[in-house]
Write a protein that binds this ligand. Structure first.
Ligand code: 6PG
Length: 239
């Protein structure tokens, strides 16, 4: 595990963008699973403003680790957020953008997306392998859209699962733990004081942390990187 602590969200975004540009260079094709939520917004803004000319966007193949089952024009949509902060500002071939069609039948879409990943990506023991999976972590310790109350989805045999948000009941399609842990690189981008307690639990594997899906992220074949700001890292032992 490679854990770095930065001053604030902006510096996390800058450091991650530099890492992203470095990882993508020299690759004929770079397969990345994006996360949703709010953190990616500043990351995409920085990628565009400061690193766009350092990335060959024609070689980046975009997928999502999870998506809300809403219209692509809905403010809840991770795809919409990514268009607003990234795709509307860079030139990337349409065929490189593989959104989750969440507004259709969640179960049918989970199956379709799993088949798409299995077809598009290299596979390790039949599990699609991303070059990079970007993850956030919720205040409750969820990651992608695997929530504590449905933690059994992590070990689903299906590479994409249908999840339900614990509060809103919103349906989501998410990649499962096997796909996450098969990635060559997994990068957690976690910022803000509200995450500090779960960051400590997950990073230091404190008692009971196994109840949090984020604690199950352990890429057997690759690297796990944490990009934290000081607020999210405030409870860690070295702090
Ligand atoms: C989503 C995300 C989710 C997110 C965390 C953290 O679709 O909401 O994939 O897992 O990464 O909830 O979100 P923030 O970046 O807003 O803290």
């Amino acid at each position: 595990m490679d854990l770095k602590i930065y001053k604030d969200k902006q510096e996390v975004a800058e450091q991650f963008s530099s890492y992203f540009a470095d990882k993508q260079k020299d690759k004929d094709a770079f397969y990345v699973a994006l996360s949703g939520g709010s953190t990616p917004k500043i990351v995409f803004d920085v990628l565009v403003e400061k690193f766009s000319d350092k990335v060959d966007w024609s070689k980046v193949h975009f997928y999502w680790g999870d998506e809300r089952c809403v219209s692509p024009t809905d403010d809840e949509s991770n795809y919409k957020m990514t268009v607003e902060h990234l795709f509307s500002k860079i030139k990337v071939p349409k065929e490189n953008i593989n959104r989750i069609l969440g507004e259709k039948s969640p179960e049918g879409e989970a199956l379709r997306y799993a088949n798409l990943l299995e077809m598009d990506l290299d596979r390790v023991e039949e599990v699609p392998q991303f070059d990079l999976v970007i993850l956030g972590m919720g205040d409750d310790g969820h990651t992608a859209s695997i929530f504590p109350h449905e933690i059994e989805l992590w070990d689903s045999e299906d590479h994409c699962v249908v999840a339900t948000h614990p509060d809103s009941g919103q349906k989501r399609v998410s990649i499962n733990g096997k796909v996450i842990n098969t990635a060559k690189e997994v990068a957690f981008l976690v910022t803000g004081a509200s995450k500090a307690e779960k960051v400590k639990a997950v990073v230091e594997k404190t008692e009971g942390s196994e109840a949090y899906p984020a604690s199950l992220v352990n890429p057997a074949l690759g690297n796990l990187l944490w990009f934290l700001d000081e607020a999210a890292a405030a409870r860690l032992n070295q702090n």
